[in-house]
Design a protein around this ligand. Structure first.
Ligand code: CA
Ligand code: CA
Ligand code: CA
Length: 129
């Protein structure tokens, strides 16, 4: 786990969730790690994808940071193939600071990942404070 975070460029990390599913549909499970990190201007959420296809190491496949509005936190992820196409979606829940209304709001997001596209935010449901 900590091997993966060492590849990211920001300085302060909090890892809070991990799940193992096949996110690109090749029949091999990936390791998906979520958390947040402190940047210079805001707090960003990150998701890291890795593989331990070689049991002696975790091979890093990508780390992605994203933000909804202002400071954004990720609570937890659940990685599941929702619609059954063989590729697991990454379901994230957390909260963020809305810079227009100055309110803290919850969100639920669905993300997908592949080697060619990287991490894509498919859908975000913005909730109440
Ligand atoms: Ca896979
Ligand atoms: Ca799962
Ligand atoms: Ca799917």
């Amino acid at each position: 786990m900590f091997f993966l975070q060492a590849y990211d460029s920001a300085s302060n990390f909090w890892i809070n969730s991990v799940d193992v599913e096949d996110v690109d549909g090749d029949g091999l499970n990936e390791i998906v790690i979520s958390g947040y990190c402190w940047g210079y201007d805001s707090i960003y959420m990150f998701i890291s994808i890795g593989s331990n296809i070689n049991p002696n190491e975790i091979f890093w496949m990508g780390s992605y940071t994203w933000i909804i509005s202002g400071d954004s936190y990720i609570y937890s992820i659940d990685v599941e193939d929702i619609e059954g196409d063989g590729k697991a979606e990454i379901l994230a829940v957390g909260y963020y600071f809305n810079v227009e209304t100055y309110a803290w709001l919850n969100y639920e997001a669905a993300l997908s990942w592949s080697l060619t596209t990287g991490l894509i935010v498919e859908n975000v449901n913005l909730g109440e404070s």
